[in-house]
Design a protein around this ligand. Sequence first.
Ligand code: CAA
Length: 257
Amino acid sequence: MEFIKVTPQYQNHIALIELNRPKELNALNLQLMGELRDALKMLDAEDSVRVIVLTGNEKAFAAGADIKQMAGKSAIDMYLVDQFSTWDQIKKTKKPLIAAVSGFALGGGCELAMTCDMIIASETAKFGQPEIKIGVMPGAGGTQRLTKAIGKAKAMEMVLTGKFISAEEAERYGLVNRVVPVALYLEETMKLAKEIAEMSPIATRLAKEAVNRSFETSLEEGLQFERKNFYLLFASEDQKEGMNAFIEKRKADFKGR
Ligand code: CAA
């Protein structure tokens, strides 16, 4: 892996992926995105990993798709390269995926953070969809996910003006879970990851699926989907362990079976 660093057991049951193209502010070229797709697929299949954290560095989570790589391309080149099929694969990650964002999360960087299930932001984080300033528009979900996250008025303004919002605004609008001091953003993300890693991995996976389904379907269909996942969990040993542990007043020891 040239442009990402993967630590499968960064902490117990928690994997860390660091975007690692610092000179280019982690601009998301095709190779980096391919590496990220492959790493997520590998970690998703690894039993000992229960939660995945994705981060950049203090200055940049990612400053967007690689403009230099795209600048000379034709529409047909873009169509044939089909870069967004990589993004479709990333979206299929089954385990909880948390973004730890500091500095720039712009264009594809903001879209990548929004593809994750939750975002912890450092107080220096800046979110934006500045594609309009270079004559294009978001292409990796920005118009959809941002609108769903923060509502039409704010999303429209960000997409049509390209202006950035601060971490504090992002928290106020509901884009991020919380804002923490820059020195602590990875540590705080790890705390959240640890909390989730202590739950039943099957339950977290099916619960994630159900929450995500709410974006894709009607309320009635979503409720049916939720119900089936709920019933399905009664086939797991973790459900017996969790409920017995409650009754016996002890901490549950979930195995992911
Ligand atoms: N693509 C390629 N290279 C990038 C890049 C990007 N998205 N963002 C930054 N870089 C490169 C710069 O070209 C520069 O390289 P050189 O030193 O070789 O010139 C290096 O990273 C450092 O960047 P700056 O010197 O510009 O740093 P700065 O602190 O002055 O500014 C910034 C930071 C405001 C983030 C500025 O770099 C910037 O505006 N970047 C582009 C942001 C952007 O437009 N993103 C959207 C891309 S399109 C997209 O993402 C489409 C999609 O939906 C998938």
